[in-house]
Design a binder for this molecule. Structure first.
Ligand code: NAD
Ligand code: UFG
Length: 329
């Protein structure tokens, strides 16, 4: 298939492009480089030994998208492009609504107008709000606590309504907590400024960039009191996109992409220290506002319908995350 990947030089997008190329699909990437570097293109190429077409373009640019899609005749679109910082979205909601909604609307318009009938969207477990895990795809979406999460729920709605009114087949992929990096150490997550997420913070402490990790609360109702999440290796997540684009299912299909297993913050720290033989100094601090105690997936639907399941364990996640961090200049 020939696939347009938006945001394809970013963290999850770059790993997905690798898997798509390795499966023999033809890929064209657009990215505005807001949160990525053009050098990622050659890193992808050196992993796959295939050339990659990259166009610097904004996914909100309807005219540009239309022109590109008329020229290239795509079989499908995987839409990663968007902003993702929860805290920033609270401070600058319009920036988030503008980018995340407009890119999705304009891509969907072009897809419908040109008859590109496969559309895969990067959603998030955040749409389940503070519901009770394991989350399954039939659960009602609960109130979101921030504009970022709201954009994900809104985009799901926009795409669902569009699919009902057209030939567009939409797959909504709800990611749990993507971590780790490609085994080559060439691509991975490069956070902008102080990392918001646990794993990049841990790798920066390990490298000595930050003095210690702050563990946000140890009084949750969990085995050791710290927050529990469903961490998924980014390469497994990328393979989930290949399974989704190759699926012949029509209409609107929603899948959780997670492992189905919860891991606490202290378990992550211990796994990191044991596997990588590095000490991670940490202190327990207050809970982070908006955090929930436990979030993990019921991942059975993706296995049943897409024949996809996550294969890599926590040790591979912490090992590859550290390998990537060490390779970073
Ligand atoms: P990322 O920031 O690494 O990648 C996003 C890419 O999109 C970047 O390269 C950025 O430059 C590009 N981009 C942003 N706006 C654009 C626009 N208007 N036009 C063109 N390019 C644009 O983020 P990621 O972690 O790879 O996330 C990819 C998607 O998955 C996002 O939609 C994100 O919301 C979603 N998601 C991520 C997580 C996570 O924990 N990383 C969890 C759930 C969902
Ligand atoms: N945590 C710490 N210290 C840190 C960072 C995080 O203790 O410095 C804890 C959090 O309290 C939480 C766990 O580590 O218990 C994971 O936190 P992350 O920030 O890594 O991930 P979240 O589950 O909060 O959120 C992530 C993405 C969201 C997405 C959500 C569900 O950041 O965008 O997963 O997919 F919506």
């Amino acid at each position: 298939m020939k696939i347009l990947v938006t945001g394809g030089l970013g963290y999850i997008g770059s790993h997905t492009v690798v898997e798509l190329q390795q499966r023999g699909h033809e890929v064209v990437v657009i990215d505005n480089l807001y949160n990525s570097q053009e050098s990622v293109k050659s890193k992808i190429e050196s992993i796959t030994k295939k050339s990659l077409k990259f166009i610097k373009m904004d996914a909100t640019d309807y005219e540009g998208l239309l022109e590109l899609c008329k020229l290239e005749t795509f079989d499908g679109i995987i839409h990663f492009a968007g902003y993702k910082a929860v805290g920033e979205s609270v401070k600058e909601p319009l920036k988030y609504y503008h980018n995340n909604l407009l890119s999705t609307i304009n891509l969907a318009r072009v897809a419908v107008e040109l008859g590109i009938n496969k559309f895969i969207f990067s959603s998030s477990a955040t749409v389940y709000g503070d519901g009770v895990s394991p989350f399954d795809e039939t659960m009602p979406l609960l109130e979101r606590t921030n504009p970022y999460g709201e954009t994900k729920a809104m985009c799901e709605r926009i795409l669902t309504d569009t699919a009902k009114a057209s030939n567009l087949n939409v797959t909504l992929l709800r990611y749990f907590n993507p971590v780790g990096a490609h085994e080559s150490g060439l691509i991975g997550e490069i956070p902008n400024g102080i990392p918001n997420n646990l794993m990049p913070y841990v790798t920066q402490v390990a490298k000595g960039i930050r003095e210690k990790l702050y563990v946000f609360g140890d009084d949750y109702d969990t085995s050791d009191g710290t927050g529990v999440r469903d961490y998924i290796h980014v390469v497994d997540l990328a393979k989930g996109h290949v399974a989704a684009i190759e699926s012949t299912k029509t209409g609107v299909n929603v899948y959780n992409l997670g492992t189905g297993k919860g891991t606490s913050v202290l378990e992550i720290i211990n796994a990191f220290m044991d596997t990588n033989k590095i000490n991670i100094p940490y202190v327990i601090t207050d809970r982070r506002p908006g955090d929930i105690a436990v979030s993990y997936a019921d991942a059975t639907k993706a296995f049943k319908e897409l024949k996809w399941k996550a294969e890599k364990d926590i040790n591979e996640m912490v090992k590859s995350a550290w390998n990537f961090e060490m390779n970073l200049k």
